[in-house]
Ligand binder design. Structure first.
Ligand code: NAD
Length: 268
């Protein structure tokens, strides 16, 4: 891809966004790499030390050692105090201009909310809170008492020497409110994401390898309902051949440039 191709891609995206009224974005780990959070591929990243396939829901439930490793990973994740980058900010600007309806995210980092996005659908949960999953959860189904607390609650207990903080209300297990391998997805969030995808006129995928379902099925839902699918990614994805437009580049460069020239929607 030449520089000219990239510039033409950004200009085509700007033109599309300038005519859109119901943009819905789907974001993956790639939108947060410029905030210093590694994606699955980043060399030396958290995922090269902790394989999430080892940290399945069933193993979390069965093994205190796995719970300790999961908390360690969470602490590592937040230690760098990640902050939103210009790509997150560009989506906020598009929402404020009345052109973007929602951000659907596979990320668990909470950076869209930190940036100021209002309608955020987290299909893989959030690391910002922890929740009781009960005493005997089975088959990926939490069986908690409803206890929910900010992540800081767990940090306080971990730092005071409790390696396996339990639920203060029922004594059950406590887990980050993220979706682990083998854990059921949050049904309501998935349904909201599908509804947003179905009414979008531009479905903008940013920094997702589109390999994890059901998120990877959302561009198809949007397209079947008449939306134009745009993919912004720094490497090819499986859905590039069916997209209306592919812009190859870094999200933190492509999105701010494309959004800069977009005028507010008059009813926005
Ligand atoms: P992925 O790691 O499979 O794919 C990320 C994609 O983004 C890759 O194709 C990569 O080339 C691209 N990319 C990386 N940096 C980019 C940039 N600056 N600009 C444009 N593209 C860039 O991520 P995924 O598809 O989101 O799936 C990974 C799963 O792991 C998700 O379900 C998510 O829950 C979880 N995860 C979350 C975080 C987070 O919350 N920040 C980080 C890592 C993994």
């Amino acid at each position: 891809m030449t520089e000219r191709d990239a510039a033409e891609g950004v200009a085509a995206l700007a033109a599309l966004l300038g005519r859109a009224q119901r943009v819905v974005a789907l974001t993956g780990a790639g939108i947060s790499t410029e905030s210093g959070i590694p994606d699955f591929r980043s060399p030396g990243g958290v995922w090269s030390r902790h394989d999430p396939r080892d940290l399945t829901f069933d193993r979390y439930v069965a093994d205190a050692g796995v719970r300790a490793r999961s908390w360690e990973m969470r602490q590592e994740f937040f230690a760098t105090r990640p902050a939103p980058n210009p790509a997150h900010a560009a989506l906020v600007a598009l929402e404020r201009a009345g052109r973007l309806r929602a951000v659907i995210t596979q990320n668990i980092d909470g950076l869209h909310q930190d940036a100021g996005s209002r309608e955020v659908v987290e299909v893989h949960g959030t690391a910002r809170t922890v929740t009781c999953i009960g005493r005997w959860p089975v088959d990926g189904l939490p069986d908690g008492c409803g206890f929910v607390a900010p992540y800081a609650w767990a940090v306080e207990r971990l730092e005071s020497g409790d390696p396996d903080p339990g639920c203060p209300d029922c004594g059950g297990l406590v887990k980050s409110a993220t979706v682990s391998f083998g854990q059921q997805l949050p049904e309501q969030a998935i349904r909201r994401a599908q509804l947003h995808a179905a009414v979008s006129d531009v479905f903008l995928v940013v920094g997702s390898s589109l390999q994890v379902y059901p998120a990877a099925a959302l561009p198809g839902v949007a397209q079947q309902n008449g939306a134009r699918v745009v993919i912004v990614n720094d490497e090819p994805t499986d859905l590039d051949p069916v997209a209306h437009l592919v812009v190859r580049g870094r999200a933190g460069e492509v999105l701010p440039t494309a959004v800069a020239g977009v005028a507010p929607h008059r009813n926005g």
